[in-house]
Write a protein that binds this ligand. Structure first.
Ligand code: MIC
Ligand code: SF4
Length: 645
């Protein structure tokens, strides 16, 4: 049987396990990336592993999330990250140089290689035929130390594209359409592979937009073939020598096939508050708009900003709209500055932000009360913008700019002829803001400001777990619900005692207090618990508050892995109907759990004292059982290292 693109890359990198869907495999990681909001923890963990130099082909540390610097905290983190990078062999992309995924696409993605990133949108690299996977920082630290990455072998879903996008319809509409079919949990356990003759009409950055938002499907990764379009993009970035052709075998078999005719696709939009709440723009036309935000790792390429600038040229932003624009990288920023497009944006009244994540993660530009905000971003979870009552819609740059001009949601096809954008033969390549590691690592002192607190210790799993269900939540709980971000909380990412005060704070402001008073306990969730980001703080901070296990109907991949990495048991209700039988503040006990894991038993029992026994499964591989028993992956790696010596 022939292989798909993803299977070829996995086969090439396989170090343990069999490529049977659902079975745990381990793959070799060629490259890693971190960003500052997850990076400080990742590097503290890397330091704890005692490895003198990274063992990957390339590792890059970006600063793109925490760039508001309202206090000393962010700058402390930046200084720490820069010194760690210099010492341990990591390239350091300075603040202002751009969003990790966009910069990595421009400068480092290599078709056929593997990339592990401590950010859920790492699959953006799939736009260039690289297998990008998001994970918690600890997994990235382990990969930098030369450990493989473990995951269940994904199923492969082919999205076969035919036809060609029509004017005013763009890559974002493709992925929003896929989201409308698959939903925010439809990609769990899968790699989404794009194929068919329609692929050739999509540029490298269009493909990156689509691969990026595969994260919103819950997919492990998304990937495109590496073809002539890829070669030209890499040549224009001065990297043709790293190009490699990559396509699926003609007789490759897929677990699922979705057909999309690009000719028939219309401008789409995701309504509040989920990325899969998608409809055609024409269905919501006329909704008054207060803010438009263009940027993020999904839609801030040169192409996207040139389209926006082309539309805005000679026009004025509607009086009731605040339009903010953040270019994805310094390369994009400088190119629009040099070709005059930036002047058109400024002249139209757009507010230009630095090249960073910015409003996407609630770092500034929170909209007004009850505002309607149209964003070219990838997540519209309630409250993520910084304003709980805001109604955030997700759309492509065409729809966003139309809303900025008309002051209401408008089908962009009403704008007349679309601006013409020709992909440049040469991008402006200037890597001076990417600092290579030091040639004399011994001379580098690690800088630890007062915001860098030591890693919290974790305990081996207790024989019996008991305590209260501290919180009962519903389906599709996001990591933004568990561990919110935003301008007030993000600066505390290197300080677990301080950030743990905000766990579940948007859902239940008393959660942290209750957890402390009860000496820890449990969380009860529904389907797809922990969807969204890769932030391991959504496991680390609850662990710090004494959460011993999360019981849910199902888990999102990265969060489940993060729970295991920090010694929190992810337990699944064998019968989802039992969810109804458990209430918040119920006192529960899971006796003999550690013994059961040691003996490899697939289930454990939950006792409430009033209800009949409830059966829980864990689906943990043997390695994962050992990790949880040890109290997390760091302990596990350290024990193994001391046993080896
Ligand atoms: C996000 O988009 O939610 C983030 C912020 O980039 C996160 C990482 C983080 O929380 O630091 C992600 O997507 O993984
Ligand atoms: Fe940054 Fe937003 Fe992309 Fe996350 S989704 S990496 S916050 S731009």
């Amino acid at each position: 049987m022939g292989l798909s693109i993803a299977q070829k890359i996995i086969k090439e990198h396989l170090v343990e396990g069999k490529m049977i869907p659902g079975e745990e495999i381990a793959i070799r990681i060629d490259q890693t990336l971190t960003q500052d909001a997850t990076g400080t923890m990742a590097y503290l963990q890397f330091e704890a592993m005692g490895v003198p130099r990274v063992r990957t082909k390339r590792s890059v540390s970006y600063v793109d999330h925490n760039t508001l610097q309202t206090g000393f905290e962010n700058a402390d983190d930046h200084a720490y990250l820069q010194s760690v990078a210099a010492k341990y062999g990591i390239y350091f992309s300075r603040p202002g140089n751009g969003i990790c995924h966009q910069v990595h696409l421009e400068r480092f993605d290599v078709p056929g290689e593997t990339l592990l990133g401590s950010d859920s949108h790492t699959p953006t690299a799939g736009g260039l035929g690289m297998l990008g996977i998001g994970s918690g920082g600890l997994d990235v630290a382990a990969a930098m130390a030369g450990e493989p990455f473990y995951m269940p072998m994904p199923r492969i879903c082919l999205v076969r594209l035919t036809g060609k996008l029509q004017p005013w319809v763009s890559a974002k509409d493709v992925i929003l359409y896929v989201l409308s079919i698959l939903s925010v949990k439809g990609g769990v356990g899968k790699i989404i592979e794009y194929g068919g003759e329609g692929v050739a009409s999509l540029s490298a950055t269009d493909r990156a937009t689509i691969a990026n938002m595969g994260a919103e499907l819950g997919a492990t990764s998304s990937i495109f073939p590496s073809d002539e379009v890829t070669r030209k993009f890499m040549a224009a970035q001065g990297r043709e020598h790293e190009w490699l052709e990559l396509s699926a075998d003609l007789d490759a078999e897929y677990d699922q096939v979705i057909e999309i005719n690009l000719d028939a696709l219309e401008p789409m939009i995701a309504r509040p508050h989920m990325p899969d709440n998608v409809c055609k723009v024409s269905e919501v036309e006329g909704v008054k708009v207060d803010q438009v935000a263009i940027g993020s790792c999904t839609n801030s390429s040169l192409r996207d900003l040139m389209v926006v600038a082309g539309v805005l040229k000679g026009r004025t932003v509607h009086p009731s709209v605040s339009l903010v624009i953040s270019p994805g990288s310094r390369q994009v920023f400088e190119m629009i500055a040099r070709n005059g497009a930036l002047a058109d944006l400024i002249s139209s009244g757009a507010r230009i932000l630095e090249s960073a994540c910015g409003p996407c993660i609630g770092m500034g530009q929170a909209p007004k009360t009850n505002a309607v905000s149209i964003r070219t971003f990838n997540r519209n979870f309630e409250g993520r913008s910084g304003t709980k009552s805001a109604q955030v819609y997700l759309a492509g740059p065409e729809v966003a700019v139309a809303a900025a001009i008309f002051g209401e949601i408008t089908d962009p096809r009403k704008l007349g002829d679309p601006p013409v954008f020709d992909i440049p033969e040469k991008y402006l390549v200037d890597d001076r803001m990417i600092i290579p590691p030091s040639k004399d690592p011994d001379s580098v002192e690690i800088i630890r400001g007062p915001n860098i607190k030591p890693l919290p210790e974790t305990e081996p799993l207790a024989e019996t777990l008991s305590g209260k269900i501290l919180l009962k939540v519903g389906d599709n709980i996001t990591t933004d619900d568990i561990m919110p971000a935003g301008a007030n909380i993000l600066p505390l990412r290197s300080n677990i005692p301080a950030i743990s005060e905000y766990v579940f704070s948007r859902i239940d402001p008393d959660f942290a207090k209750r957890a402390r008073e009860c000496g820890g306990g449990f969380v009860l969730g529904g389907e797809n618990y922990g969807q969204g980001s890769s932030r391991e703080h959504a496991a680390l901070a609850p662990m710090y508050l004494g959460i011993k296990a999360v019981i849910a109907k199902s888990f999102a991949r990265i969060h489940r892995q993060n729970l295991i990495n920090f010694g929190i048991l992810p337990l699944i209700l064998s019968d989802p109907a039992d969810y109804e039988r458990l209430k918040q503040l119920d006192e529960i006990e899971i006796p003999g759990v550690a013994g059961a894991l040691r003996q490899g038993k697939p289930t454990v029992e939950l006792h409430t004292g009033t209800e009949p026994t409830i059966l829980l499964t864990h689906n943990l591989s043997q390695r994962e059982r050992e990790v949880v028993l040890a109290g997390g992956r760091l302990n596990y790696i350290k024990h193994r290292a001391s046993n080896d010596n």
